[in-house]
Write a protein that binds this ligand. Sequence first.
Ligand SMILES: [Zn+2]
Length: 453
Amino acid sequence: MNLMQVLRHVDNNMKGLLLDLQSLIRQPSVSAKNEGLEECAKLVGKIMKNSGIKSEILHLGKGVPPVVYGEVRSKQNPSKTILFYNHYDVQPAEPFELWADKPFSGKIKGNKIFGRGAADDKGELITRIKAVESYLKTHGDVPCNVKFLVEGEEEIGSMHVEKYLKKYKNKLECDGVIWEFGYVDEKNRPIISLGMKGLLYVELSAIESVRDAHSSLAVIIKNPAWKLLEALKTLRDSNGKILIKDWYKEVTPFTKEELALIKSEPFDESRFKKEYGIKKFVASKKGKEVKKAMVGGPTCNIAGFISGYTGPGAKTVLPAKALAKLDFRLVPQMEPLKQLARLKQHLRKHGFSDVKIKMIHGEAASKTKISDPFVSTVREAANESFGKSIVSVSSAGTGPMYSFAKVLRTPCISIGSTYIFSRIHSPNEFARIDLLKKTTKCMCLIMDKFATS
Ligand SMILES: [Zn+2]
């Protein structure tokens, strides 16, 4: 196959890529609100078909968003299969008033295309589709078999993706998975990430009385907000260390190889602080400690806390109830259910057995070995397309990578087009057009190298 011809096709067809991306952005698909999911799945299927990819909408049952399956069998090399995992759902666009244009506009300004999903994950998805299209339009074939799994629940925790993987295991069989996203840093280096952290998401609630009371009664009625605060305070010290017994028990230290990789990873601390308007990191971390925490540090985070009156002015109220949402990032070997049991035990032991715990979501962490040959394939492709790249032991974020590694038994690697400050999950999300192009080429190169690796 003439690779130059394929890459030239990418260069000459960016207009088509942007038009398809615009149509995807303009179809809202907010999984949190169950908005537009079926429609968006159909649209993805249609775009795949137009690109020459055989597509099919898979269902699990009523109430579960469909998965779009795509497939192209290679005529010249049907012995190897790469799978692209992506998602067509997006985060809610609120607060609307902070968007410069409408959230689902797909507006292009200079090198940027704006809209919810522009980067996460519709921009990433379109790079994979267009890479395959570039082969098909120039050669009528692809270097290896290609499969797509595009789900609709990633932004709400991918709770059915493992069921899909199990039900359609034979269909989805492959030799390597390219993950749904990948960051590109401020120096235009793609970050090839070999893992993802896990997550345990819980809701803690304390109820004291049957209704809110006049706050003068605080002399005799206990305040559940205080109780919850006291309970939370026992979970973690001010340096971020989690105080729950055996929380870190299964965690294995970094290997020598991993430590070397972590050391070599660039991280611009002052730029990062500036971007978030902060002065210090947790526990005043610096240098290597910051990097180690990013790729392998467990967390206990208060994602939300609500109780009493939070409107303007004053209301002297004694709330009946307090509620906190917590997310714990987990690292490899930590099992969400085991950690949940430890949390429950901890609260009981500290006298908070009346604080209710509701588990919202749990998933384990996953990591592909540095020595896996798929890693060098992706790295070579990234270096050719971007000129340089960074390999990271793990992303700081969470995704269902563990399910893929477990069911499909293949390495999973994250690489993509998402500029690190592209405001994903925030107002004015955008994708950079230069990075969409480079990533599309990178995907072409990955397929080419993967076929012969
Ligand atoms: Zn997202």
